[in-house]
Design a protein around this ligand. Sequence first.
Ligand SMILES: Nc1ncnc2c1ncn2[C@@H]1O[C@H](COP(=O)(O)OP(=O)(O)OP(=O)(O)O)[C@@H](O)[C@H]1O
Ligand SMILES: [Mg+2]
Length: 287
Amino acid sequence: MPEAGVHLGSGKVRELYALDEARLLLTASDRISTFDVILPTEIPDKGRVLTGLSAFWFARTSDLVPNHLLALRDDGRTLECRRLVMLPIEVVVRGYLAGSGWKDYLATGAVCGHALPAGLRESDRLPQPLLTPATKAESGHDENIAAATAARLVGDGLYGEVERVALALYRFAAAHAEARGIILADTKFELGLDSEGTLVLGDEALTPDSSRFWPALGFAPGGPQPSYDKQYVRDYCESLGWDKTDPGPEIPAGVVAGTRARYIEAFELLTGIAFADYLADPQVVLR
Ligand SMILES: Nc1ncnc2c1ncn2[C@@H]1O[C@H](COP(=O)(O)OP(=O)(O)OP(=O)(O)O)[C@@H](O)[C@H]1O
Ligand SMILES: [Mg+2]
């Protein structure tokens, strides 16, 4: 029997357990949240997709930055990881103009204070990847903050390191994805410090919940792109005229199946591993 540990708390998607002073279990449920509201309907195997993909990337990026992964459990949804003191910020790296970055650009001609050329279209590739920090809200929506504010929150030296590491991770993953026909439009990282004060990548990484992945085939800037994330469920929720407050709507079986298929497709395209093979032996993503 694997050890279980003391329940520390629940995120929107993950359950956290303490194994001991130094180690945590992070179990990804099949919960899905849209507009920061957890929906009453689950997406079967979604937690396994997120965990398998995170472990896949952790195994391939440890030369860029150390990460919290210690072991992947055979349930395919639980990571044993090093317990970190998480930074009070999260960082988004944007290679393309989408989401809140696009809204910001429309309003100000810049993205979180990074000036950009005029005339860019929605979904356009940016001249270079940009880092946009945000506060980690205890509840509710994360808020974008200026780089100077983020640097003040974590310290100048450490913020510089966060910037360097996040851009390197983005560049590595974007190149990997591009070779497999996927555009990594943007992605969010959460980092923390270990007991020695070393910067370590934590949480999930480069999954459809933390990233916008677009099929490269048919990429057409000038509007939103179809994506492998929860956009499909968001569109369904919005079509109901839901006011985006708790409780969220039940999701019908057809939309559940369509969402599950998109998560699994992203897993298979990015890893080159059949999802059935992952279910049979999760360790395949680490090799
Ligand atoms: N190695 C680690 N040590 C300590 N805390 C961690 C570590 N890795 C991740 N965490 C924290 O565990 C939690 C993960 O749970 P989850 O992803 O469900 O939270 P959430 O951020 O509320 O949800 P969402 O991702 O939908 O915003 C986050 O608060 C994250 O910062
Ligand atoms: Mg999270």
